[in-house]
Design a protein around this ligand. Sequence first.
Ligand code: SF4
Ligand code: SF4
Length: 434
Amino acid sequence: MKIRRLPVLHIEGYKELSIKTAPKEFLKPEHVYIPTLLPSPMDVKKEVGDHVLLGEVIMESRGRFPYPVLSPISGTVTAKVKKWYPSNKMSDMLEITNDFKEETVDTFKNLDPDNMTRDELIEVMRKSGLVGQGGAGFPAYVKYATKEKVDMVIINLAECEPFITCDYTCVLYNAQTFIYGFRYLLKAADCNQGIIAIKDKDINTKVIDYLEPLLDSNMRIELLKDVYPAGWERYTVETISHKTYKALPIEAGVIVSNASTCYSFARMLKEGVPPSVKYLTITGDAVNSPGNVLAKIGSPIPEILPLFGGLKEGHNPENTHIIAGGPMTGKSMFFPDFITTQTLGAVIFLENKNKDKKQLECLGCGRCAERCPSFLTPVEIKKELAVGNIEELKKLNVTKCIQCGLCSFVCPSRIDLTYSVGKAKEMVLRLGRK
Ligand code: SF4
Ligand code: SF4
């Protein structure tokens, strides 16, 4: 299959803001909150009053590839509450009150990955509820349980969205553990070629220098251009393997895993602890001291923000633009009162300089279509969405949108095309399911 040159764009990174200081820790929250409806509806296994261990199954996701959700702390289920999820939606959640004992299930203790088979490694991954922590949230074991031959495992360390430095921080401060995890991801894929994909930019020099002496002989680092969306799976796979695919990277013999996912897998094998913590970037020009934090999953953001000196004087949640995730693909949040998850990489607090700037009429400049890496025509999609023309939306291939945000970013009229294309995609997929 011929590889098309994907339209990409260099955009300002603002990464320096959050890498000036060592990461902080937020590992002893009084309560954690675990959603029962998002990202998909769950079968809840625990009731109010039940005691839970760290790593105990508290719910099971429904769907084609079910996975368990484990408690990130030991303690007691104390309430069912409604709270904000980082997709700017409310969800029912279980509140677990910490007993601060960190009593952990035996499932992951004393694992000996050198003497485990590929299937056993994949089974541990499944039981741990590990999901792709780069944002997709797809259960990690599914990729590794493939029957296809895997030629290459790529660890995605591109972290291509502006502001986010959680993967960078995770690897910089845990380089040995990260490589340990990568070794066994290769084993879980029965593959002898591992590549760490990272952007070719100055701030990455340090992490590359740390990693290089630690690499096994079957691992190497490959540099990606400093463009957006370099971390998009298709861009990474096509750039590195020089092969393309229709639906999934495995068609090109490739598995892609995110760097934080690799680290979580390593901790489980090495320390017997299932995914219960995640690095998170707290940044933006409205934050006093931006940086990163290793936080328990399910922790409330308002409790984490004070570690970074809170918001600057004169700023409050009402006059600040709060984004859960990156500025290109993340969600603008009404309130900062949401929780961390396995997939949340950043919370950005920006001075709301654009609040008085109005959206203008479309100028017909065509930039949105020129820059779309999925070769869509966002302006046309927006028009067809407005009249509800589903057949035309299907012809315009809306389901190929990866929600990268580039169309909105380049639009001189400040039209939120990403939102419209996302809506159109949702509509077509929903009708398809019916
Ligand atoms: S958000 Fe969707 S439509 Fe817009 S540029 Fe990205 S892929 Fe294209
Ligand atoms: S980039 Fe904006 S102004 Fe230009 S064609 Fe697309 S929607 Fe219209």
